[in-house]
Design a protein around this ligand. Structure first.
Ligand code: UDP
Length: 376
């Protein structure tokens, strides 16, 4: 069987890299090719380098002021010749980006079976997050096989009348990526990690911050920055390290409001291994990222999530994350508790990760081998 694995952004690359690797172990069963749309260029290439993956096809679509209309059209048009020449049996897409949605439409046109990895996440609010919620709903409608990370995501799909037999609960592939990276950390030389070693103070509690979501652009990021400033000023024994996303809507408020504060360190986005290293060294993480809140519990790190709604209720239910929105007071209050209440901190950091055990990709590949065997 022929597989085409398509992705376009850093988080998709991190979460699909272990699947590419797993398929490469089964070359007798599958011919697997990788196509990147490069919806986000720089941060994607770093991930491919680390996992030693070479893209077979590169649509190279990153443009200044990219908009959703042209990106969607360019992806569908760009994939046409690739799908027509390679003729994959299975097309794998991931998550909820414009690459995911447009690629699943193109794959459907080509007649390939669409396999959705990280299927079934929902807020059921079509405008939030925009456009991710609609991207994943459209992809869910088109897909033939749904690899859901958790039971809760499977239930979301069943509620949309997707057949039980087409849903496989696998855990999230990000845990596969994380565990592989952690195991490699000691054996690889990484100049970014060496630089971080100079930056991290051993005697201070490290708060790691990331943020990029469109819904937080504008007032959201201003509130986030105000909260970080207050936390830094009230807690001189902490150090805040913030790799700032390259989006100008993020860069502008963050650099304007936080650059001058002595215990806040604004740095460029990190390569995946360096980020994993820094997560491991941190005391707590404040983020609006989906992937980070899935990864952090495996490293025993409490997470404050700067969002009002979430498609990851498992983390809130398990207690591994606390939703704080972008309300400055709430961010400061919850951070202060975690910095000062050792019992609360220990309880949160010792919880089980609801997102998986690092074997998600194995389950996906085994499932496909088995259905092929069943069909003879
Ligand atoms: N990440 C990274 N470098 C950074 C910040 C994050 O490699 O400087 C990784 C992180 O470990 C996670 C992923 O990028 O796996 C999350 O990406 P992002 O927050 O951009 O997207 P989301 O997860 O919200 O879709």
């Amino acid at each position: 069987k022929k597989n085409l694995i398509i992705f376009g952004t850093r988080p998709e690359a991190i979460k699909m890299a272990p699947l590419v690797k797993e398929f490469q172990k089964f070359k007798d069963n599958f011919e697997t090719k990788v196509c990147i749309t490069a919806q986000h260029r720089e941060m994607l290439d770093q991930v491919l380098d680390f996992f030693e993956i070479k893209a077979d096809f590169d649509l190279d679509l990153m443009k200044p002021n990219q908009n959703l209309y042209s990106l969607t059209g360019d992806i569908i048009n760009g994939l046409k010749p690739i799908l027509e020449d390679f003729k994959p049996d299975y097309v794998f897409v991931h998550g909820d980006t414009t690459t995911t949605m447009a690629s699943s439409i193109a794959a459907y046109y080509s007649g390939a079976k669409v396999c959705h990895v990280e299927a079934g996440l929902r807020t059921n609010n079509k405008w939030s997050p925009f456009p991710e919620e609609m991207n994943r709903q459209i992809t869910g409608r088109i897909s033939d096989i749904h690899f859901a990370p958790t039971k809760a995501s499977k239930v979301n799909l069943l509620l949309e009348n997707i057949k039980d037999e087409n849903i496989v609960v696998t855990g999230n592939t990000v845990i596969d990526a994380l565990l592989e990276s952690v195991s490699k950390l000691d054996s690889v030389y990484d100049s970014e990690i060496e630089n971080l070693k100079q930056l991290v103070y051993k005697n201070k509690k490290l708060i790691l911050v990331t943020g990029h979501r469109r819904e937080n652009h504008g007032q959201g990021f201003i509130n986030i920055c105000k909260a970080l400033k207050q936390i830094a000023e009230e807690n001189p024994n902490t150090q805040i390290i913030y790799p700032v996303h390259l989006n100008p809507n993020v860069q502008k408020p963050v650099y304007e409001l936080l650059e001058s504060i002595s215990n806040i360190y604004l740095i460029v986005p990190l390569s995946y291994p360096a980020f994993v290293w820094l997560m491991n060294k941190s005391y707590l993480i404040i983020t609006d990222s989906g992937g980070v809140q899935e990864e952090a519990p495996s490293l025993g790190k409490p997470v404050l999530v700067m969002r009002d709604t979430t498609e990851r209720p498992e983390a809130v239910d398990a207690g591994t994350v606390i939703l704080v929105g972008t309300d400055s007071e709430k961010i400061v209050a919850e951070t202060t508790i975690l910095l000062n209440d050792a019992m609360h901190y220990q309880k949160m950091s010792g919880l089980h990760n609801p997102y998986g055990d690092g074997k998600a990709c194995k389950r996906i590949v085994e499932y496909l081998i088995n259905i092929d065997d069943l069909k003879g």
